[in-house]
Design a protein around this ligand. Structure first.
Ligand code: ATP
Ligand code: MG
Length: 400
């Protein structure tokens, strides 16, 4: 666990900071996840060196959040985020402070952190600095605020949602006094920018125990102060590795109101299109997927729709294997694979472009996907000539 590139890089950086006379440790999520035996990627370093001192010690650095004291240090193993020990300035409106003060004391830095499990530091020699019993809480699978929960949530209301997110990620409980403070201050979540709220949900959806998170979201009262409906029982058994799938299921549970609800969480256009596709695939599944459905939707979209059908206890015949098999045996996987294009159709018909062309191309695609005609130039030509005669006799799309 601690011998991947990210850890190696962090230890290289710590050593150099120590050689220059400063103190430096690994903190936050990396220490927590290492203790939990989870895979760790972001190994963050905290140090007593001021940002300018950090920049003086390393030859290659990038300012990525200098106002918060974070400098990216580039060492051969991997880039490392190095943040100067700090305390947070005045809090206003239950949001993160604008200004921070740099300090030389690790104790001060750990004090500003949200939960005991996130307030453990690890030295280069593997020893821990753990003033708040974080290791004990990890052992007991408990999320507990550092210091007085009420005060900590009053400083930054997002922390309440972070507690919920961690309960889904780690399948932990929330310590009673911490939960009590959440119940009392749940309404303050409305102060928080929706972008920060969304980022927590992105992590919640891919948690190993989303249902636990949703139970906590309801219990704490946070659910009532966030856009949309949250019914914990509907999340029983939900599991994904893709946050977009979480948003899609959340959308499904909102009914017709979903576009408005999702808009309030500021999903990107790409995420919204994905949600739309999954919901359409889910509707199609209710009547049974056609070859065109297998062609239209991606494996992830179909897989998500199938997962939702199971969660909703719908009776469907299709399984993941059947679905993959059906996709694999399609004659073509993309439109580009068609051997005939719009120019061919114009040439064969002698007609100018117009709405007919789009219709004919779509009919051709559907016929090829359905296996009614081979994806072969001659076969499609013969097929088109029949279609063209029909189109001519059916309406006056074409000028005679
Ligand atoms: P993840 O695995 O999702 O990255 P993380 O614990 O590393 O989890 P980050 O958001 O990367 O979470 O934050 C890094 C550390 O900074 C946390 O472990 C915690 O010590 C501290 N922290 C982050 N956000 C807050 C906050 N809102 N209030 C107090 N401390 C925070
Ligand atoms: Mg992190």
């Amino acid at each position: 666990m601690q011998n991947n590139n990210e850890w190696q890089a962090a230890f290289t950086v710590i050593k150099q900071l120590e050689n220059a006379g400063f103190e430096a440790v690994v903190v936050g999520g990396a220490v927590r996840d290492a203790l939990l035996g989870r895979e760790v990627h972001d190994v963050d370093v905290a140090t007593s060196a001021m940002p300018s001192e950090v920049k003086g010690i390393f030859t290659r650095t990038v300012d990525i959040g200098i106002q918060h004291g974070t400098v990216l240090v580039l060492v051969p193993e991997a880039p490392v985020e190095v943040t100067t020990y700090r305390t947070d300035g005045e809090y206003t409106d239950h949001r993160r402070p604008e200004a921070v003060q740099f300090v030389r004391s690790l104790a001060e830095d750990l004090k500003r952190r949200d939960f005991t499990m996130n307030a453990i530091a690890m030295r280069r020699d593997g020893s821990f600095v753990d003033y708040y019993g974080g290791r004990e809480d990890i052992e007991a699978c408990v999320i507990r605020a550092v210091g007085e929960a009420q005060a900590r949530f009053a400083e930054d209301a997002l922390r309440m949602l972070r507690a919920v997110r961690f309960s889904a990620q780690l399948s932990f409980t929330i310590e009673p006094a911490t939960m009590q403070a959440m119940r009392e201050q749940a309404a303050d979540i409305e102060w928080i920018a929706k972008e920060r709220v969304k980022a927590e949900f992105d992590k919640l959806w891919v948690g190993k125990d989303v249902h636990n998170g949703m139970v906590k979201l309801q219990e704490s009262g946070l659910a009532a102060h966030l856009p949309g409906e949250f019914k914990a029982e509907q999340w029983q058994g939900f599991c994904t590795q893709d946050a977009q799938v979480g948003w899609a299921y959340f959308a499904l549970l909102q009914g017709g109101n979903w576009p408005e609800v999702l808009r309030s969480y500021r999903l990107s256009n790409k995420e919204t299109s994905f949600v739309k596709a999954v919901l359409a695939a889910f509707e199609a599944l209710k009547v049974g997927w056609t070859k065109m459905d297998y062609f239209t939707y991606s494996e992830v979209e179909l897989g998500a729709a199938l997962h939702f059908a199971k969660l909703q206890k719908l009776h469907v015949e299709v399984t993941l294997d059947v679905m993959r098999e059906a996709q694999a045996s399609l004659p073509i996987r993309t439109r580009n694979e068609l051997v005939v294009n719009g120019l061919d159709l114009q040439k064969w018909s002698g007609q100018k472009r117009g709405p007919w062309l789009k219709e004919a191309l779509q009919a051709m695609l559907e016929a090829v996907v359905a296996g009614e005609v081979e994806n072969d130039w001659q076969d499609i030509k013969a097929w088109f000539e029949r279609l063209y005669e029909e189109m001519k006799s059916l309406d006056n799309t074409f000028e005679q």
